[in-house]
Design a protein around this ligand. Structure first.
Ligand SMILES: Cc1cc2nc3c(=O)[nH]c(=O)nc-3n(C[C@H](O)[C@H](O)[C@H](O)COP(=O)(O)OP(=O)(O)OC[C@H]3O[C@@H](n4cnc5c(N)ncnc54)[C@H](O)[C@@H]3O)c2cc1C
Length: 347
């Protein structure tokens, strides 16, 4: 194959592993470094919700992202030989009459027909949760088993002999030549999530650190056939267990779980019902977010071999499959990135 490049990826979270799979598909020569400590990709609830309920609108570039994401994860299941993707219906319990009206209006628009199920009489009087304003069901949602995603990717890269399980350090790195520990690379892509600040070449980019906490709980009173949503989301995991999330704690890199976090999540859950439950676990992680809620990808302005793919934010599992494909087209074929996602918007 012509144009076969040596590419080094730093970080095997959602960003780095999505790019790695895209490059491997193109028969590129890939190495991936990960220090084996992950606090976003493997912690996430992995929910892919087509809607933004706050504005009762479709998520950014939804029609492009969602079906490609499903196809990507289904193919990955074959490659990694593990189940990752779980289809789910999301039931939104409306928070006001205004919200219900907004859904009713949108459900008749053709652009929403893939996502909003027209409200039925059963949805209006749904009784398994507190229901003051009726409810509606979202179609084409799914969730990815996030810890399996991270673990099985690492195992796959290890088996292929392309994983370096170590901490990347600039001590043995020449950014101009693209030489790391004596090996020369054509391109190096930094996918370090919230730790982007520690990478000197890209530390000026506004990748923010947004902590999130989640609860895992057991209950035989919470409906387990749908994901309930209002103030929080409740994701049924099977066998009467659920994930409830998530908190948003801006500029916070403390990975400790807190009593405040737990109480806030339980309080949010009580808006859906006074369910008897037992908390089994509490986790925390840090999302790499950006001020304009768009990812950041592109080339270093001075060192042309260095690249960044970061800022996947709160909807990374929906956006990473398409964005990694677009990024790889940029990397390999030189096709320009849209300014909306390019790091050049901060120059
Ligand atoms: C609590 C919580 C809930 C979430 N829920 C959802 C959800 O429901 N749906 C959704 O779509 N998204 C969700 N997200 C967001 C999603 O997890 C992120 O968008 C995504 O995982 C970010 O992936 P990443 O690869 O950029 O970062 P990370 O997952 O943080 O990966 C970065 C990797 O880089 C490695 N690394 C960093 N520095 C170095 C170094 N110097 N040397 C070697 N390795 C290094 C780390 O070990 C790590 O594995 C959630 C996030 C959190 C925290």
């Amino acid at each position: 194959m012509t144009n076969r490049k040596n590419i080094l990826i730093i970080g095997a979270g959602l960003a780095g592993s999505s790019i790695a799979h895209r490059l491997i598909q193109q028969n590129q020569n890939v190495k991936i470094i990960d220090k084996g400590e992950n606090f976003a990709t493997s912690v996430a609830a992995g929910m892919v919700n087509p809607m933004v309920f706050r504005r009762m609108n479709k998520s950014w570039r939804l029609d492009e992202f969602i079906f490609e994401a499903k196809a990507f994860y289904s193919e990955l299941e074959e490659t990694l030989k593990t189940k990752l993707l779980h289809e789910i219906t999301i039931r939104r319990l409306f928070s006001s009459e205004q919200e219900r009206k907004s859904w009713l209006e949108k459900q008749s628009f053709s652009e929403f027909e893939n996502y909003l199920t027209p409200i039925s009489a059963e949805d209006e009087k749904y009784e398994c949760a507190k229901n003051n304003f009726g409810s509606g069901r979202v179609k084409n949602a799914f969730w990815i088993d996030s810890s399996k995603f991270y673990d099985s990717n690492l195992a796959y890269f290890k088996e292929k002999g392309i994983l370096l399980k170590e901490t990347f350090s600039t001590d043995d790195f020449n950014p101009e030549e693209g030489i790391y520990k004596g090996e020369k690379y054509d391109q190096i892509v930094f996918c370090c999530g919230y730790l982007n600040k520690e990478i000197p070449f890209f530390s000026s980019l506004p990748v923010q650190q947004t902590k999130g906490q989640l609860l895992t709980l057991k209950s035989n009173q919470i409906p387990d056939n749908e994901s309930l949503n209002r103030k929080c989301f409740v994701l049924p995991l099977g066998n009467g267990t659920f994930k409830v999330g998530a908190t948003y704690e801006w500029n916070n890199t403390n990975l400790e779980v807190t009593t405040e976090g737990r109480n806030l999540l339980l309080q949010n859950l009580s808006v859906l019902g006074d369910f008897k439950l037992e908390v089994l676990d509490q986790n925390s992680g840090i999302r790499p977010t950006t001020p304009d809620r768009r990812p950041i990808m592109g080339q270093h302005p001075e060192f042309s071999k260095l690249h960044v793919f970061n800022g996947l934010g709160t909807k990374g599992y929906m956006t990473a499959p398409t964005l990694s494909r677009e990024f790889v087209t940029f990397l390999i074929d030189g096709k320009a990135l849209n300014l909306e996602v390019s790091n050049e918007r901060f120059n």
